[in-house]
Design a protein around this ligand. Structure first.
Ligand SMILES: [Zn+2]
Length: 59
């Protein structure tokens, strides 16, 4: 296992040459400025997971 859905999103939703999200364009033909809301969601989920790991290690 590489990661959860967050990892999948971060792999697909990358910054395009024009600064737009390549994943949103490829999947939905939608132009979204990068980072799009899916990248924001995935990064916040990952940050939350790392904080949880950190707190678990301290305890
Ligand atoms: Zn996107």
């Amino acid at each position: 296992m590489i990661g959860g859905p967050e990892q999948m999103i971060l792999v697909v939703h990358v910054r395009g040459l024009d600064g737009m999200c390549a994943g949103c364009r490829a999947w939905w033909s939608r132009l979204s400025p990068y980072p799009c809301w899916q990248v924001e969601w995935a990064t916040s989920r990952q940050a939350h997971a790392s904080v949880a790991r950190f707190l678990g290690g301290v305890r």
